[in-house]
Design a protein. Structure first.
Length: 223
């Protein structure tokens, strides 16, 4: 018998231009759970304190999923793991064996792409120009390029859809949205897979929009 608590509607604190948040939304759609989740868009950044987000996550970050039995849970992978236990279909995070480690490895790489991309944006767009450190920007850009090349060389992308695919597609879409180093040029396999995956309904219905809103702290630094 199913757990009645798990039939309750869930609330997801999200952000329209966060790759981590979009990952959880696409995951929910792929798992057939989107009709059970109310998405609340929040604007937050390291320089823009959002009291509603801090009330449910002391790190002040989205995504945060409000659950009936576990309260607020955060970190996108933890949220996806929780959601994977709520549906009856094939698991999007494989339970064991080589399939599990391949999926989680690809997820880790995708997560690293987002982390490096965010760090690169701080050094090229968001931090006041006189505080930027070009060698750090170059180092973050190199992480992106090396990862793109590895994906082109080693990934086959022919497994059933899993968490790694969702994480990678939402990461690449975000990198393109933010006009960060291009993953397409010279990488036909990666580009073709991304184009195909981007046509899936969960991707088409969750496109990024909006811009980061920095708070008064950032303006004070700039002055």
């Amino acid at each position: 018998m199913s757990d009645p608590a798990k039939a309750e509607r869930l609330t997801l604190h999200s952000q329209s231009h966060s790759p981590y948040a979009r990952k959880t939304i696409v995951f929910a759609h792929e798992a057939g759970l989107s009709d059970r989740i109310s998405v609340v868009d929040q604007e937050t950044s390291p320089t823009h304190r959002n009291a509603a987000v801090f009330a449910v996550n002391p790190l002040g970050k989205v995504p945060v999923l409000i659950t009936p039995e576990a309260g607020a849970i955060f970190d996108s992978l933890v949220i996806c793991d929780y959601l994977d236990g709520l549906h009856a279909g094939p698991r999007l995070i494989p339970a064991g064996g080589a399939a599990r480690w391949q999926a989680l490895r690809l997820h880790a790489l995708a997560q690293g792409l987002c982390d490096a991309g965010i760090a690169l944006r701080w050094e090229t767009a968001r931090r006041p120009e006189h505080l930027r450190h070009p060698p750090l920007a170059e180092g973050q850009a190199a992480k992106l390029v090396e990862s793109y090349d590895l994906l082109e060389r080693q990934e086959r992308f022919d497994e059933p859809v899993h968490i790694g695919h969702i994480a990678l597609a939402t990461a690449l879409a975000w990198l393109e949205f933010r006009e960060l180093p291009d993953f397409r040029v010279g990488r036909p396999c990666l580009s073709r897979w991304y184009e195909d995956f981007s046509q899936r309904p969960p991707m088409r219905g969750t496109a990024y929009h909006g811009q980061t809103q920095d708070g008064p702290q950032a303006a004070a630094i700039a002055d």
